[in-house]
Design a protein around this ligand. Structure first.
Ligand code: SAM
Ligand code: SF4
Ligand code: SF4
Length: 337
């Protein structure tokens, strides 16, 4: 039995985010701006992607090294063909405690039931605003709010709850609509998590003054729907929780810019072509696919994973300055957030 992996700062390896595609049916302006991800953009070829068999094999090895939770992401994971087949394989991995998925929700009406049936337990659905014009401008493919709300309904009907909603807040685009979003889901059991706009990738034109700080988000909601802080559910939880004082549920804020949480970061990320990243802001990953396809056995692969984790010193968000946001790094739509 291999030992749990610990990094250079003694952080254990607990979470794995698996990006299954670099493609997406949306073009969110903060993630895949059309000027860059247009018709000429070279996405990965099919044979470059890890197969579901390869992902399952790696997942087992990650779990043996301490991973308890896997999140499937993308690009948009639901555009990859046969995704329930991957879910079925991952749900059967012994020792895995939690299996979830992040999606823009547009394809959930067709896929929620097969995903649940395959063993998915929960989903997070991204929805940045309930104002239709604002939302259409943000996803930039003219997808209306009703498309995503239908996806959330389908997830709940299929038993994929409690559903979480991710909303990226970009000042000047949707920050004036956050209270409406909170109010809409207040009392519904759906937990909205507001995410500070991050300098992920190098194509979204990020600047510090585009960020609405988490404290401001909380204050604006608290003024209308009073909130109180709630304890984290577990060590390393990314979202800071706030409970409605009237018992109407809770919200979360993810303050990676104003209050970084690298000290508790237990997340590894696997790219669609099988590179292992130990930070969302990494420039290069470790090529596990090369090892896999060269015929490495499980022990060699497992040792490679542990070796990469052992030397990990990442704490990008704690070191962030305006200058670091220009450094080379992987795109969010590739690695999946
Ligand atoms: N396509 C799926 C979706 O949108 O849910 C999964 C992949 S997406 C990259 C994962 C999450 O990252 C989404 O909730 C998205 O809103 C968030 N995200 C993308 N770009 C971001 C940015 N620049 N800052 C903060 N969050 C971002
Ligand atoms: Fe696609 Fe998700 Fe990025 Fe939007 S945030 S472009 S839905 S990958
Ligand atoms: Fe983890 Fe890197 Fe984000 Fe820090 S910046 S929380 S190390 S992914």
């Amino acid at each position: 039995m291999p030992a749990d992996a610990r990094d250079a700062f003694d952080r254990p390896l607990r979470d794995l985010r698996v990006s299954v595609t670099d493609r997406c049916n949306f073009r969110c302006v903060y993630c895949m701006p059309k000027e860059v991800f247009g018709p000429a953009f070279q996405f990965l070829d099919r044979e470059e992607l890890l197969t579901y068999e390869e992902i399952e094999r790696l997942a087992r090895l990650f779990v043996a090294r301490g991973v308890e939770k896997i999140r499937i992401t993308g690009g948009e994971p639901l555009v990859r063909r046969g995704l329930p087949g991957l879910v079925r394989r991952l749900a059967a991995v012994e020792g895995l405690r939690d299996l979830t998925l992040t999606t823009n929700g547009a394809l959930l009406p067709a896929q929620a039931a097969p995903l649940r049936e395959a063993g998915l337990r929960r989903v997070t659905v991204s929805l940045d605003s309930l104002d239709d014009a604002v939302f259409r401008a943000m996803n930039d493919v003219d997808a209306g709010v009703e498309v995503v709300l239908a996806g959330i309904e389908a997830a709940l009907a299929a038993g994929l709850g409690p559903v979480k909603v991710n909303a990226v807040v970009r000042r000047g685009l949707n920050d004036h609509t956050i209270v409406d979003l909170a109010r809409h889901f207040h009392g519904s059991g759906v937990i909205v998590r507001f995410i500070e706009y991050m300098d992920v990738g190098t194509t979204n034109g990020w600047a510090l003054d585009h960020v609405t700080p988490a404290a401001e988000i909380v204050a604006r909601i608290d003024a209308v729907l009073p909130l109180e802080p709630a304890d984290p559910n577990y060590r390393g939880e990314v979202a800071r929780r706030y409970r409605y004082r009237d018992g109407g549920g809770e919200i979360g804020v993810i303050s990676s810019i104003t209050e970084p949480f690298c000290g508790d970061c237990t997340r590894a990320r696997l790219s669609p072509e099988g590179s292992l990243y130990t930070c969302l802001f990494g420039a290069n990953g470790f090529d596990l696919r090369a090892l896999l396809r060269a015929g490495a056995d499980d022990a060699e692969l497992s040792e490679a994973i542990a070796r990469v984790w052992r030397v990990r010193e990442d704490r990008y968000s704690e070191l962030r300055t305006e200058a670091t946001s220009g450094l080379a790094r992987v795109e969010m739509s590739h690695i999946g957030g």
